[in-house]
Design a protein around this ligand. Structure first.
Ligand code: GTP
Ligand code: MG
Length: 362
C-alpha cells in the first residue's frame, strides 16, 4: 500500500513524512517548490502481532507494511492543463492521498499564499487535483468521440459508447467542483476507470498540522468538509516528528507530558487502513509470525494468493482460527481441542484477525 503525502509548498509535508517514517529528511522554512519524491516504508503497528510473537516465539516477526511518498511540487496553477509527467505519475500510483494542511501561525515559517488560512489552502490543492482529473476525462472524451465519429469497428462500439456515457457523468461532476470519490460508482464502472489514475477518486486523509499550541477548535472548523472516503485529523507536526526520532522508550516518557495519548503515526495508519477498507490476517509458526494485508471481503483463496500464487493455485483448504479464540485458548493445541480451529473452503470470507494455515498441493 502506498500513500502519497501532498500539500502546498511549505505546508509541512516533509515534517509529517518524518513523523510517520521516523525519517530524517531535511525540513526547511523556505520551499524550493520543485518536484521531488522521498519514500519510506513503515511497519503497521499491531499489538496482535506482538502477542502472537510472544506465543510462538518465532525467529522472525513481520508486520504489515505501508509506504509513504513525500511529494513536493504541487502548487496553485499546476493542474490547469492537467498535471503531467513524474508528478502526475507519483500521485496516480498511490492508493490514497494524505493531504497536509498548515494550521499554525509561526512568523518564522513563510507561507506561499502570504498568510495562514487552512480552509483556503485545502481548497487550492483540491482544485488542482480536480482540474487535473477534468483534463484527463476531457481528453479521453474527445478521443472516444473522434473514434465513434469515424464509425469505429462494430465490435468496439458498445464498449466505447458505455465508456463515453460514464466519462460524461464524471465530467459533469468535476465541472460542478465535486471530487469523484463522492460519486456512486458500481464495481464495474470503477474497473473501467482503474487505469486512468484519477486523483479525486482516491481516498483522502486530511492532516491539519496544528503546531505546538493546539487550537482546540481546529477540527470543528472543518466540519464543512463532507466527502465520502475522507477522514480529517489533527497532528502536532514538529512535536510528532521529534517524538518519532526518539527511541520508543524515550518517546513513551514524553507522550503524557505533551498530553498525547498515542503517537500520531499509529492513529494515522489505523485511519488509513479503515479508509482503504483494508484488514489483516496472520500466519504463525516457529519460523515467522506475520501480518498480511487484504481488502475487507477477501476470500480464503484470495488471502492465499497474497502469500504466494502457488498457495492459491494448489489451494485445498484453509485452517482458520479467530484471533480472540486463539488468545483465549492460549495455544493452537488447546484451540484445536476446543474445536476452534475450523476447516474452510476457498470462498470463506476472511475476517480481520483470522490466523490462517493454507493447505495446498503443488
Ligand atoms: N512552528 C511550527 N513549525 C513547524 C511545524 N511543523 C513544521 N514546521 C516548520 O515548517 C517549515 C516547513 O516544513 P517542511 O516539512 O519542510 O514543509 P514541506 O511541505 O515539506 O515543504 P516543501 O517540501 O519545501 O514544499 C519548516 O521550517 C518546519 O520546521 C510545527 O508543528 N510548528
Ligand atoms: Mg518537503
Amino acid at each position: 500500500m502506498q500513500i502519497a503525502i501532498i500539500g502546498l509548498p511549505n505546508s509541512t509535508k516533509t515534517t509529517v513524512f518524518n513523523a510517520l517514517t521516523r525519517g530524517r529528511q531535511e525540513t526547511t522554512a523556505y520551499s524550493s517548490g520543485k518536484f521531488d519524491v522521498h519514500t519510506g516504508t513503515v511497519s503497521v503497528p499491531d499489538p496482535r502481532v506482538d502477542r502472537l510473537a510472544a506465543m510462538f516465539r518465532p525467529r522472525k516477526v513481520t508486520y504489515a507494511q505501508v509506504t509513504y511518498a513525500d511529494i513536493s511540487g504541487l502548487d496553485k496553477g499546476v493542474g490547469r492543463g492537467g498535471l503531467a509527467g513524474p508528478l502526475l505519475n507519483a500521485l496516480s500510483e498511490s492508493d490514497a492521498l494524505l493531504h497536509v494542511v498548515r494550521a499554525f501561525e509561526d512568523p518564522g515559517v513563510p507561507h506561499s499564499e502570504g498568510n495562514v488560512n487552512p480552509r483556503r489552502d485545502l481548497e487550492i490543492v483540491d482544485l488542482e487535483l480536480l482540474l487535473s482529473d477534468l483534463a484527463i476525462v476531457e481528453r479521453r472524451i474527445e478521443r472516444l468521440q473522434a473514434e465513434l465519429g469515424r464509425g469505429g469497428t462494430r465490435q468496439n462500439r458498445p464498449a466505447n459508447e458505455a465508456e463515453l456515457a460514464l466519462l460524461q457523468r464524471l465530467q459533469a461532476y468535476l465541472s460542478n467542483e465535486q471530487p469523484l470519490r463522492d460519486m456512486d460508482l458500481t464495481p464495474g464502472e470503477l474497473k473501467m476507470l482503474r487505469n486512468f489514475g484519477l486523483l479525486t477518486l482516491k481516498p483522502v486523509v486530511v492532516v491539519l498540522n496544528i503546531g505546538d499550541h493546539a487550537p482546540a477548535d481546529a477540527l470543528a472548523r472543518f466540519s464543512f468538509y463532507q466527502h465520502k472516503k475522507t477522514a480529517i485529523l489533527t497532528l502536532r507536526g514538529r512535536l510528532e516528528m521529534e517524538l518519532a526520532q526518539m527511541s520508543p522508550e524515550e518517546a513513551a516518557g514524553f507522550l503524557p507530558e505533551y498530553g498525547i495519548e498515542e503517537p500520531g503515526l499509529n492513529r494515522l495508519i489505523r485511519v488509513s487502513y479503515e479508509l482503504l477498507g483494508l484488514q489483516s490476517f496472520f500466519t504463525v509458526g516457529e519460523d515467522e509470525v506475520r501480518a498480511w494485508t487484504i481488502p475487507v471481503g477477501a476470500t480464503a483463496v484470495e488471502a492465499a494468493s497474497v502469500i504466494h500464487s502457488d498457495l492459491a493455485k494448489g489451494f485445498i483448504r484453509a485452517e482458520v482460527v479467530a484471533y480472540d479464540d486463539l488468545m483465549a485458548a492460549g495455544s493452537l493445541v488447546v484451540a484445536s481441542q476446543r474445536g476452534r480451529v475450523r476447516l474452510e473452503g476457498r470462498d470463506y470470507v476472511v475476517q480481520d484477525g483470522d490466523i490462517l494455515n493454507i493447505r495446498f498441493n503443488v
